[in-house]
Design a protein around this ligand. Structure first.
Ligand SMILES: C[S@@+](CC[C@H](N)C(=O)[O-])C[C@H]1O[C@@H](n2cnc3c(N)ncnc32)[C@H](O)[C@@H]1O
Length: 239
């Protein structure tokens, strides 16, 4: 930049910039003008562009026969932000598995399309996600590709039913996918599963209450195996 200021000096009349030291390389005025333009452009590109607002997330319509109840926007964004926070803390190893929560998958990809997420889902309409979709039926909890075994640092599940049998089978899938003692586990399900979630996976509820686009009669909770600190309304010991 110093050189360019010299070029702007009113006494610079020659085609070639004179300098006291004749041995130093000299630039023509055209070259200096081009260099100035180049540096101005570079400075411009260094000014941070504002982050674009995430686009509206397009979801397929709910099929209630498959127990499909999509999160409302605030819920999907809150959980997606939590997953992104966990990914940032996990640095290189931040593979994410979403079990039966396609809305979360869509919001995560909307926030950051580079995040490595695998969606395990029964509804084949989500084959639209290509290689990031894996067909999954909770009745065959471990019928999954072997390369998925213990491959995920973050596992989130939203089982289709509130029965003991369903949670037990989904727990088998979570154990299959997660890295023992290492992974962050998040379970979104009814309050009625609270004791079972604690017995099966050592999960505790957070203060945050998931909500759905269609109003549901059941009270929903988010259970985790880690203390989220101030996030997600804190971790409830008792309430
Ligand atoms: C309670 S919904 C959870 C969806 C979540 N709230 C969301 O917004 O992404 C349950 C999910 O389980 C899926 N599902 C239905 N039958 C299933 C089965 N047999 N095995 C695995 N998943 C199933 C549904 O397609 C649905 O996406």
């Amino acid at each position: 930049m110093e050189e360019l200021q010299k070029q702007d000096h009113p006494n610079s009349q020659n085609d070639v910039v004179d300098d006291i030291d004749d041995d130093s390389p000299k630039l023509s005025l055209e070259t200096l003008a081009a260099l100035k333009e180049f540096l101005t452009e570079q400075n411009r590109s260094l000014v941070a562009e504002p982050e674009p607002e995430p686009a509206e997330v397009a979801l397929v319509t709910e099929d209630w026969r498959l127990s499909q109840f999509w999160y409302d926007r605030e819920t999907a964004e809150t959980v997606a932000h939590e997953v992104l926070t966990l990914c940032q803390g996990s640095q290189s190893d931040s593979r994410v598995a979403c079990i039966a929560c396609p809305t979360l998958y869509a919001y995560l990809k909307n926030f950051n399309s580079n995040i490595p997420v695998q969606l395990l889902e029964y509804d084949k309409r989500f084959e639209q996600y290509g290689s990031e979709f894996t067909f999954y039926d909770y009745n065959q909890p471990e019928e999954l590709p072997l390369e998925m075994k213990h491959a995920y640092r973050i596992v989130i599940a939203d089982p289709p039913y509130l029965s003991k049998e369903c949670l037990e089978k989904v727990t088998q899938t979570i154990s299959f996918l997660s890295q023992p003692g290492e992974s962050y586990l998040l379970l979104l399900t009814g309050e009625v599963q609270r004791d079972r979630a604690a017995e099966l996976m050592g999960l505790r509820p957070c203060g945050f209450r998931p909500r759905h686009s269609s109003k549901l009669g059941n009270e929903f909770r988010l259970f985790t195996n880690y203390d989220p600190g101030n996030r997600l309304g804190g971790w409830k010991q008792e309430d």
